[in-house]
Design a protein around this ligand. Sequence first.
Ligand SMILES: [Zn+2]
Length: 298
Amino acid sequence: MHKCIFCHKDVSISKSVEHIIPESLGNKSHVLPKGYVCDECNNYFARKVEKELLAMPYFISMRSRNNILSKKGKYVKNKFLFPSILQETDGIIEFSEDAIDIFLESPEVFDAINNKKCNTMLSLYLPEPEYPSRIVSRFLAKCAYEFFLYQMPREMYDECVDEFMQDTSPNKSLENIRKYARYGEGEFWEYSQRRIFSEGTLWVNEDSFVPFERLHQMKLFVRETSHEGDDKIYAEVYYILEMNGVEYSICLSDTDISEYDKWVEEHPGQSPLDDNKEKQLPFGIYDVNPLLIRKDTI
Ligand SMILES: [Zn+2]
């Protein structure tokens, strides 16, 4: 019998495919196949973690300006303010090849614009999620725990899951992050957050020279430390995630992020996600889309 990696209940009748990052953030490829996360847990994360994450002002603002559609192919609704007529309304921005179209819900605002009574529109422009946030922390804990399995070769998944379940396994250290992600148990799990490149940055790979954008990247990063007067080497494993130019890091076994912060301090301008084969182009999509954020302006 297969068991769910989060609640340890039978997963054999579950139909869910588990997206490590929600589809509504543009993720199509980082997926755990059916049979590892049960429908109930999948549903729980969708309702209690991801929905709240997507409702954070930063994620609304970021998805709106980057044109990231929802799972159902819908544009993100954002709030727009019109200071000269003291009104606000929900609306959507759509980018097409030759225009930016804005659809506003309020007929009053629409009339005021038509009658030239207002010519200024503002919307929230947030470069990063508010920090620290319990929702981001639990989302990262969920992603980190799932990614630990995801990064294994596919044929080792079952063996790895068996180890997750055993009390004596060395992976017992993942118990705390599992319970925190799924049930919110235990103390707040600290994480690191920082912008490492601009939204809309274009990259090229040495081997192909076809420009591309990075939406998500993730990896496990091992940091070894030794303590003075002690010849033992300690290692901590971090889950590093980049989404739209913001890097997030969380430790798999420890709620404390200070060792990672030290690494960042000792390696200015670097990220564990850096790939020497990939180079940043000197121009990006932000040069043609004024809604995007340039790293050097924040
Ligand atoms: Zn479950």
